[in-house]
Design a protein. Structure first.
Length: 254
């Protein structure tokens, strides 16, 4: 049985897509079978995996809304994981879903057929708390929340946690938070340190915050542009060992 992890934060630019990609690539290095689900109509994960979203005739949208099997939509990536890709079609799903029976369960229905074939399914959520994100949280076992160590980092997290509470009550009582992942950490600035302290203090004892911190480095953007994971593009940087450690931690949990 796979573990389904939704990588979620409705703030954009906090490292959701980067974390999904690199955790998945690192889990693959450990020999785990991984499925990526791009649930963002922007298709950031799809692009990062080397595909041109708008040229894809079939995406996760067709599986969720048109009843295609996941297998018919799935692509193999060079990082190891398989991918259910997304493109702008998925933005229609938000609207289409409103009038649909079991509108929060469409992704769950898609993943049901394939979930036993994977150790991990990582869902890259879009930066809103709409129906797509609700679909991710309804099927997920866990949420992983990247939070950037910068100004206003925690503002959006409160709303996300509220949604988490509601989902647990109404849709998915097994959902839990595997951890908050501090990202974009700049050790040279006092500000970054203060925000990291604030994150730890705010959630202390309530929600796990990973000891692993992802430092800010231009290498991530460069790696994305080169179509590589941080582990292959710049294996010496802290970010590469951090995502490796995180993957090892996830893989070691029962
Ligand atoms: P999100 O999916 O939350 O919108 P992304 O993962 O797309 O965020 O990251 C936003 C931008 O920041 C991308 O250009 C990415 O390459 C870059 N980035 C991600 N993680 C880091 C990091 N630790 N340090 C510096 N830049 C990063
Ligand atoms: Mg993204």
């Amino acid at each position: 049985m796979s573990r389904i992890i939704a990588v979620s934060n409705q703030k954009g630019g906090v490292g959701k897509t980067t974390s999904t990609l690199n955790i998945g690539a690192a889990l693959s290095e450990l020999g785990k079978k991984v499925l990526f689900v791009d649930l963002d109509p922007q298709g950031g994960l799809t692009v990062s995996c080397g595909f041109e979203p708008d040229s894809l005739p079939k995406t996760v949208y067709n599986a969720m809304m048109r009843g295609l099997d996941a297998k018919e939509v799935m692509l193999a990536t060079k990082f190891g994981p398989d991918l259910l890709p997304a493109n702008i079609d998925l933005s229609l799903a938000e609207m289409d879903l409103i009038g649909t029976v079991s509108r929060e369960r469409r992704l769950g229905i898609v993943l049901k057929e394939v979930r036993d074939e994977y150790d991990f399914i990582l869902i890259d959520c879009q930066p809103t708390l709409g129906l797509l994100t609700l679909n991710a949280l309804a099927v997920a076992d866990e949420m992983l929340i990247p939070v950037a160590c910068e100004y206003l980092a925690l503002r959006g997290v409160k709303a996300l946690l509220k949604m988490y509470g509601k989902v647990r009550l109404q849709l998915n009582s097994k959902l839990r938070i595997v951890g908050i992942l501090p990202t974009m950490y700049d050790e040279r600035t006092k500000h970054s340190k203060e925000v990291l302290e604030e994150i730890k203090a705010t959630f202390n004892g309530k929600i796990p915050v990973f000891d692993i911190v992802i430092k800010r480095t231009i290498r991530f953007a460069e790696a994305a542009q080169a179509g590589e994971s941080i582990m292959t593009y710049a294996k010496g940087v802290d970010g590469a060992s951090a995502y490796r450690k995180l993957a090892e931690l996830l893989a070691s949990q029962a």
